[in-house]
Ligand binder design. Structure first.
Ligand code: NDP
Length: 313
């Protein structure tokens, strides 16, 4: 197995695989490490209906399998394993896999994605793919003319609630504090939307339903003397309590923004470290779509190819 490569790609979501397709077609002979969750966040969704080119939709796992095959067809070596440490202080760049093997690379493309935060309720796992989602744009369409709940009080929650109100008949916004944290414009948008009901000082503590989510167990003013417990009926339960970019192992070398996403030299995918590029959700807190991730994956491979040829590597 090669331990020295020209182009190493870390992560196997749409960004990583698209980078791999472009890098392998450019003869960079890339090696891609799949990471903890082969296929990335899309493997936790069911039907993907908004990825161009699939008029009848495709499941998340199938889409990722197709991308993987396409990358392998042009010579990408896909390996299982997780990057556990990096040393970007010297050339070649060094990436440790599974705490043991060190791979040397002339260019590294980081596409480790982000992880949606969940409340940690056992019911979120129980109903995964059966009414629980962390992406309204991905799954909202399945709740046309239904009732849904969104958890969170930040910009994402308000945006998801507004988006869902265009599809669902009723949207509950479950907010743990007595106020929203979102920007004023987003607050105004949800407050002036007759389909959205904001439940302040509420915590979701469980879900119920026979064949998928049918409702949420709520606690109002949890722990207070006037605490109240009741249920609401909903068909979908959306988490919007933030995402965590998977950047912990890079933070000693790569510049991150205040919430931990990798900073890139937009419109390029260059980071502050020469030869290190970032694409997909790890560098994008705004769009977070498979197609936008794929787009930046393409750019990262093109940037890496240019870098390598300029350096004669
Ligand atoms: P935020 O961290 O801003 O908000 C998270 C929300 O979830 C808060 O209301 C928080 O409550 C709540 N929350 C966190 N954990 C729990 C929990 N365990 N139980 C219940 N509620 C919980 O995350 P966002 O994803 O909303 O935003 C991230 C960044 O991206 C922000 O800077 C935001 O402004 C930006 N953004 C901007 C957009 C835009 O401008 N259009 C769109 C989307 C995001 P509490 O307030 O009590 O802590």
């Amino acid at each position: 197995m090669r331990n020295k490569v020209r182009c190493l790609i870390i992560g196997s979501g749409p960004a990583g695989y698209t980078a791999a397709i472009y890098a392998s077609r450019a003869n960079l002979e890339p090696v891609l490490y799949e990471g903890m969750e082969p296929g990335g966040q899309l493997t936790t969704t069911t039907e993907v209906e908004n990825f161009p080119g699939y008029p009848d939709g495709i499941t998340g796992p199938e889409l990722m399998e197709d991308m993987k095959k396409q990358a392998e067809r042009f010579g990408t070596e896909v390996r299982s394993g997780r990057a556990t440490a990096v040393d970007f202080s010297a050339r070649p760049l060094k990436v440790t896999i599974d705490n043991e093997q060190v791979i040397e690379a002339d260019a590294v493309i980081i596409s480790t994605g982000a992880t949606a935060k969940y409340l940690g309720l056992p019911d979120e796992t129980k109903y995964a793919g059966q009414g629980v989602s962390a992406c309204a744009t991905c799954d909202g369409f399945f709740y046309r003319r239904k009732k849904v709940a969104v958890v969170g009080g930040g910009d994402t929650a308000c945006e998801e609630a507004s988006y869902l109100s265009g599809l669902a008949d009723k949207v509950y916004l479950i907010v743990r504090k007595p106020y929203l944290r979102a920007s004023q414009i987003m607050q105004d948008r949800v407050m002036n939307n007759s389909k959205i009901e904001i439940l302040y000082e509420h915590n979701a503590v469980g879900l119920f339903g026979e064949k998928g989510v049918e409702g949420v167990h709520l606690v109002k003013r949890m722990g207070e003397p006037d605490e109240e417990r009741y249920d609401i009926a909903v068909d979908g339960f959306f988490l919007a309590i933030g995402h965590k970019p998977n950047t912990d192992i890079f933070r000693d070398y790569v510049d991150l923004n205040e919430v931990g996403y990798i900073k890139t030299d937009s419109p390029y995918t260059k980071t502050n470290v020469e030869g290190v590029f970032a694409c997909g959700d790890v560098a994008d807190s705004i769009y977070r779509q498979a197609v936008t991730a794929a787009g930046t994956g393409c750019r990262a491979a093109m940037d890496a190819e240019r870098y390598l040829s300029e350096k004669g590597l």
